[in-house]
Write a protein that binds this ligand. Sequence first.
Ligand SMILES: [Zn+2]
Length: 645
Amino acid sequence: MIFPLVLSCLSWILIHAQVHDDIVECNEKIINQSQLNAMNINEQETFATTILHEYNLNLTTLAYITSSSEFESQLYLNDTNRRRTMEKYYEVYRNCLKSIATVARRFNKLITNENSSLYWLLQRTQAIGDAGENDPLIKLRLQKLKSHIKEIYHRKFIWNNTKLGIDEAQELLGKLNSPADLLSLWNATYEVAAPMRDYYSTLIAVQHEQAKQNRTNEKSDTPANLEERRIVEQLWQELKPLHELIHAYIRKQIARLYPGLIEFDQPIPVHLTKDLFGLMMTHLERDVLPFSHISGIDLGPAMKRKNFTEEEIFRYADEFFVSLNLTRAPDSFWNLSVFKRIPNHHMACHPTAFDLYKYDDVRIRMCTSITSRDFYIVHHEMGHIQHYLQYHQQPFWFRRSPHGAFSEGIGDAIALATMSPAHLKRIGLLENYKFTKEENIQFLLSQALTRLFLPPYAYALDIWRWSVYNGSIQPFEYNKRYWDLICRYQGMKPGMPRNERYFDAGTKLHVAFDLSYIKYFLAHVFQFQIFDVLCREAGYEGPLHLCDLHGSKAAGRKLKILLGLGSSKSWEDILEEFAGVRTFSAQPCLKYFQPLREYLEELVANDQLQVGWKCQSNRSSRKQFQMNFVGYIVILYSMFYFLLE
Ligand SMILES: [Zn+2]
């Protein structure tokens, strides 16, 4: 029953979107609290449902206008008008989120009663809405700082007569062979981020101010984050021995490739991995695999032989989902996505999947190249798309992943299936594979190069960021402490000395754009857990790395549980429904790589492999700063004393 409360509007927001001709009104409703308090819980539920339904429609339309504007503005980075329009839409969208959070908070009886059917909904609504809160002045400052840092990230530089952005540099780095060229391009790319340094430290200071005003914890220290860090640390302890073995193997092979540039008790110079961050070493693959008489699985040449286009890789990924009885990407996806770089055009190239929230409008923007690396990334992005399509019937506030590791892990789990030798044989991208022990080791090493170096990088990067947020890393030591962590967790080092003029963490998009990265760590563990569950559901019993899920309706039904619920339940509840457990586990990942681990342990036992690395002490820069500071004080004091004399 709906009580005759007076619902008037505090503010009317009218949006005239020229492009889409949509007009949206997002009203903040005044609710009479004493009348609300007089309602019983059922009456409150009915009342709240009606109000939230209206907001759902408004937010869906607003999100559509905002995200289509964002999609466009990323295709035209030089167009300031498009950027301004997008920022305007974002503002209105955030205000609407803020209104709904305020309204949701009024239903405090429902919020505190865990048995009410709207409990979880109101929790979610508030969480989404809180993102729209904050002092307008601080918000404006933050917005300006963030867009300045983004602008620096997208700046082009000239290397070897070629104009490049950070995204493009990665592609070129993979094609180079000479160590001098690798180092020179790596260094030129890291130079881009140096001017971010002061803006970034100001951004952190303003965020502190905001946290103080809102009386909230620093971003790094909320109870949920602390619990997540505990889980990450535990998973890392389980993965570390395997990572160290593979690290030792790669170091040995790089030393063979570049004699004299590697020491066997030292970290690997990161530029020699042919990856800007040493987190995905697919470009090294053909140079470091162990058995030279066996040709590895290099999908690039195989796809080129078969005249694959960029779009076709996406079609293959889509077909795989359809074979599991999941949803085919709609026509609009194929018409509106951008699958390759638009020539002579300054556009964002970082692979991104968009949910535009209206109907089933989903899109991808990616500057795809026909390589193994991009075959994998396409599946990752199509995992996001399938997730959007599965939960698109949910109301607006549940149309998101319940945990970053879910959305990031789904496509990766499917890529484990589509990149298995059994599946590649089926689609004609792999010939003459006999499933011998040596071939399997070769295959597992290539999988390890793609997937096992990200977790230590992600962990190091986010420990750096958490420490910056909570003040235990100060601006004067940003770079030193970054490389200390990279050494400790990843076993890598810069190819040339770095100092505090640089801002090397900012070369990574997720630092420049202030986005959390630890979800990728969890996703890299979780993808094996998803894959293991799906293979069991499909009735597969062989070694995990050879499981091909193609055509399994049973696996598809299981995957729907993970995808279709969106965030309508907590991630732990959804995980329990899907896997029968309530937390992430590293065991399926260890099971997948077990044959490789045994092979590498044999090399260690035969003295063919040296494991581990040494890092220098990480306190020198702080001490040096303190010494300098004391020095300055002494000099100033003497000058002052001299003047008084
Ligand atoms: Zn992703």
